[in-house]
Design a protein around this ligand. Structure first.
Ligand code: HEC
Ligand SMILES: [Cu+2]
Length: 494
């Protein structure tokens, strides 16, 4: 009797467990499909995907991205990349010998489709000094292609591989000393789109971060050699987007219109630092975490490891200057990790009304704080004539002033007054000198708008103050005043 009653109960228990389990699996599947439909629409094995036809892949230099793959089938893809070692600009007045894939840092953007069979030709320019190779993180096989692609100056190598995982991947040189080849700029991104491609957007940009190690400090003029000790100690002088301090600001700012959807393919070449990537004034609607399948929504700052990447999407709702930063923030404002997407278009006060401002809250008190400015950075033979002052002044401005007054001198509404066509500045040169020497606080009116904030006193030598003011007076429609070191010295003695 006990046996008979026990059996159905046991059976019921098992079937309940089975239903629960299969339910859980089903739920997990649908969740996976409805929420995290990322790069791979399925976990299909693409190692056997057939290819139809062949084509030559278009590679682009940053910040450009080749056209989407759309609905095309997997194909045989031919691509070529040239390695070039060349002296290029790191910052205003600072140059560096970069080693590059395709002549730019980061290297050319590669766009392909899962299942593609790639025939990759790598050419090492005869003027180069060193052998190089390429390790693509998207490649399944020995060293990601590093051994197969090892190529001496004046030679070329061809190797082939099949792309079997979709995603956004870093590629880099892996020739010893590997750290040095990466530190000199040898990295880029390869996007392997899923079947049917990524969903369409209005604008796509290619941005990559890298840390650089120079013998001179940040901003020290001239050709700067690589500093192995600093690289070893992970103490970069420069942390930049797209290979230089100015690559995405001023006239190089990325352009978009309000209402457009924007996708950034963001990579981090390293060699050492992880990036806390953030866009000031926007929220990422979607982040393809680590460039893979998983999508996270509504993200402020995303962490991108060295040798890693992420796909970031957002809609630029309102006109503004969106500022790209590594939110390890000294890197942004003091080492160059700054970029701008200039969004133009109609205001939308429902989303953002920028004119509302109350008083100034100064938790550290209203006294003027001194900002340390390392005077040793700019050493110039004296005396300088006017055009030399302007040239030297531009460099000082880009170190000491632009974070607040902006590179075009236009300032920031309600916070930092403009220096461009500024009536306050043009009316009185001695007053302007005093502002630099002593700082400024309390209400002032510039071009009809009130400002009530604090400008820290600038720790500048007479000649440096003269240079930066002469630069400002001779830029952006100002009155062309020539400020001499003697004029500054007189005001200092007062
Ligand atoms: C930390 C932010 C900051 C930095 C850096 C800074 N300023 Fe200012 N500056 C201000 C603020 C804020 C004011 C307005 C102060 C007030 O409201 O009383 C101002 C005012 C001025 C003015 C007078 C107002 C005008 O628009 O003409 C001048 C000139 C000026 N700054 C020049 C410079 C120069 C040149 C540098 C670089 C050497 C510099 N500032 C660096 C924040 C800054
Ligand atoms: Cu190399």
């Amino acid at each position: 009797m006990t046996m008979i009653t026990a059996k159905p109960n046991q059976f019921k228990g098992y079937s309940y467990l089975l239903i629960l389990l299969s339910g859980m699996i089903l739920y997990a599947c649908t969740q996976g499909q409805s929420k995290n439909t990322g790069l791979s629409k399925s976990m299909k094995d693409h190692s056997k995907t057939k290819v139809f036809g062949e084509m030559v892949a278009e590679l682009t230099s940053p910040p450009h991205v080749p056209p989407p793959i759309g609905n095309r089938p997997a194909m045989k893809l031919y691509m070529e990349m040239e390695i070039i070692e060349d002296e290029m600009v790191m910052a205003d007045g600072v140059s560096y010998v970069f080693w590059t894939f395709g002549g730019t840092v980061p290297g050319s953007f590669i766009r392909a489709r899962v299942g593609d069979e790639v025939e990759f030709k790598i050419k090492n320019h005869p003027n180069n000094k060193l052998p190089h190779n390429i390790d693509l993180h998207s490649v399944t096989g020995q060293g990601g292609g590093a051994e197969a692609s090892f190529v001496a100056p004046g030679h070329e190598k061809t190797f082939s591989f099949k792309l079997i995982n979709p995603g956004l991947f870093v590629y880099h040189c892996a020739t010893a000393p590997v750290g040095m080849h990466i530190a000199n700029g040898m990295y880029g991104l390869i996007l392997v789109e899923p079947e049917g491609g990524l969903p369409p957007v209005d604008k796509e940009f290619y941005v990559m971060q890298g840390d650089f190690y120079t013998e001179g400090k940040f901003g020290e003029p001239g050709l700067q050699p690589f500093d192995m000790q600093k690289a070893y100690d992970e103490r970069p002088d420069y942390v930049v987007f797209n290979g230089s301090v100015n690559s995405l600001i001023g006239e190089n700012a990325l352009q978009a219109k309000a209402g457009e959807t924007i996708r950034i393919f963001f990579g981090n070449g390293g060699p050492n630092l992880a990036s806390s990537f953030h866009v000031i004034g926007e929220i990422f609607d979607k982040v393809y975490v680590e460039g893979g399948d998983q999508i996270n929504y509504n993200v402020g700052t995303t962490l991108v490891p060295a040798g890693g990447a992420a796909i970031l999407e957002f809609k630029a709702e309102v006109p503004s200057n969106l500022v790209l930063v590594d939110h390890s923030i000294f890197r942004a404002f003091n080492k160059g990790a700054l970029g701008v997407i200039s969004v133009t278009g109609e205001k939308n006060n429902k989303i953002f009304a920028g004119e509302i401002m109350e008083g100034i809250y100064l938790p550290e008190g209203g006294t003027i704080q001194k900002m340390p400015v390392d005077g040793s950075k700019v050493t110039q033979p004296s005396p300088m004539n006017k055009s030399e002052l302007i040239e030297a002044g531009k460099k000082i401005y880009m170190q000491a002033c632009f974070a607040c007054h902006q590179s075009n001198g236009e300032g920031v509404a309600n916070a930092f007054p403009p220096l461009a066509k500024a009536d306050y500045l043009n009316a009185d040169v001695n007053r302007a000198i005093d502002v630099l020497l002593n700082g400024l606080s309390g209400e002032i009116t510039v071009n009809g708008k009130k400002y009530n904030s604090i400008m820290p006193s600038q720790q500048l030598k007479d000649e440096e103050a003269a240079a930066v003011l002469t630069y400002v007076y001779n830029s952006w429609g100002n009155n062309g005043t020539h400020v001499t070191p003697e004029m500054v010295s007189k005001r200092r003695k007062k």
